[in-house]
Design a protein around this ligand. Structure first.
Ligand SMILES: [Zn+2]
Length: 163
């Protein structure tokens, strides 16, 4: 069998030139035919997906909270109807609420972006950043922070899912 292959040639898959039939390494380009075939693509785990979704939810919560701050800032006067004396501090209160609302919305947008990339399994560093910033969103019953923390842990342990 081997003898019948003497003198036969084949074309190198790398450079296309004719090489000895049983050559292990192409003499022209150095392509090594003994190299193992490319490893199968890594199976992505559910952990990274769930982590991304949790961070995404935290971001949505933050966005809603920021919107509530802004609405409240524009309706400080109505606090008087609830018996809160806002005379003299109404403008300051409105400004504080506006600044808080804008800060929360900017934070929430970065968290949302992180969560989105988490679901896509891309840009691991950005997803981690989103999860960390999500910790500061707090939210009702600290839900946004708790979701971010769990999401952060899930994404951190499944780093290999990210390209
Ligand atoms: Zn070659």
């Amino acid at each position: 069998m081997e003898a019948s292959n003497q003198g036969k040639t084949r074309n190198c898959v790398s450079c296309g030139r004719a090489i000895a039939w049983d050559a292990n390494v192409c003499q022209y380009c150095g392509h090594d035919f003994r190299a193992p075939a490319a490893a199968p693509p890594h199976e992505k785990t559910i952990l990274s997906l769930v982590g991304g979704i949790l961070i995404l939810i935290a971001g949505i919560m933050g966005l809603a909270m920021g919107a509530i701050f802004l609405v409240a800032a524009n309706n400080v006067d109505t606090l008087a109807d609830w018996g809160v004396d806002v005379a003299g501090v109404g403008d300051i209160l409105s400004d504080i609420l506006t600044v808080c609302g804008i800060i929360v919305i900017v934070l929430a947008l970065i968290v949302l972006l992180g969560g989105f990339f988490g679901v896509m399994r891309k840009h691991w560093g950005l997803v981690i950043l989103g999860g960390v910033l999500g910790l500061f969103l707090i939210g009702p019953y600290m839900l946004a922070s708790i979701l971010s923390l769990i999401g952060l842990i899930l994404v951190a342990v499944s780093k290999k899912d990210f390209s």
